[in-house]
Design a protein around this ligand. Sequence first.
Ligand SMILES: NC(=O)c1ccc[n+]([C@@H]2O[C@H](COP(=O)([O-])OP(=O)(O)OC[C@H]3O[C@@H](n4cnc5c(N)ncnc54)[C@H](O)[C@@H]3O)[C@@H](O)[C@H]2O)c1
Length: 250
Amino acid sequence: MGYKLEGSVAVVTGAGRGIGKAVALGLANKKVKVVIADLMLEEAEKVVKEIEQMGGEALAVRVDVSQDEDAKALADKILARFGRVDIVVNNAGICPITPLEDISSEEWDRVLAVNLKGAYLIIRAMLPSMKKQGWGRIVNIASVAGKMGAMVAGLHYTASKGGIIAMGKVLARHCAPYGITVNTVCPGPTATEMTVNWTEEEMARLTRNIPLGRYGAMEEIAAGVLYLVSEEAAWVTGECLDINGGLWMD
Ligand SMILES: NC(=O)c1ccc[n+]([C@@H]2O[C@H](COP(=O)([O-])OP(=O)(O)OC[C@H]3O[C@@H](n4cnc5c(N)ncnc54)[C@H](O)[C@@H]3O)[C@@H](O)[C@H]2O)c1
């Protein structure tokens, strides 16, 4: 169908560490050129070095996904360097665990701006060039929280991830005529910097509800993303892929 993963160009937001980094390394391993877009430029540059050491090609860009001008500048930089963008992985996210009744209005707005609006702004900035070329792959990282309601993370986090899941369905219908698939990955609790400070009690609360009895590894989440951007997933769109050890089944 004219799509080949090797040699294509991907942008992964929040790829300076954690799940995003695992996705970026996985893509680079498949000879995809990867743009590491992160708020933390130094971390992004370290990932670029790692990819270059693997013999791959990558570019670090500092971006705050909640800012429209950053999203537009990111698209310009990618097109200037690579001339195209084929794969967009919206992974950047923040996860405060503030108790429900203590969330300030500012904190609510920030979580929604990064986790939900950010994904929209990045997609909107990348769509014109993807539409022109007539195909592409978009994967948004939501969370099991968006399906079952978080057991540790904040209410605003749950709301943002539920929004990502719903948005993915509309986007999938909108993008299909242009040969662009849009899918969502819903990770369960995964060992990253995001969860590293959770208390033993908080971790136990989750783990005892996970049939497979442990947290996920970031590479296990990346594997789902790699499938959804692959040639083999050409007929998969509007899907929400659960990778959660059985914590939530639907
Ligand atoms: N770790 C988990 O248990 C888990 C579970 C379900 C879903 N997720 C989701 O997976 C994604 C990645 O999570 P992680 O665990 O790797 O987190 P992480 O905190 O380790 O990494 C998040 C990355 O996003 C970047 N980032 C944060 N705000 C940004 C912004 N405004 N603009 C650009 N980059 C920004 C950070 O700098 C960081 O590099 C998130 O969307 C998260 O909600 C994580």
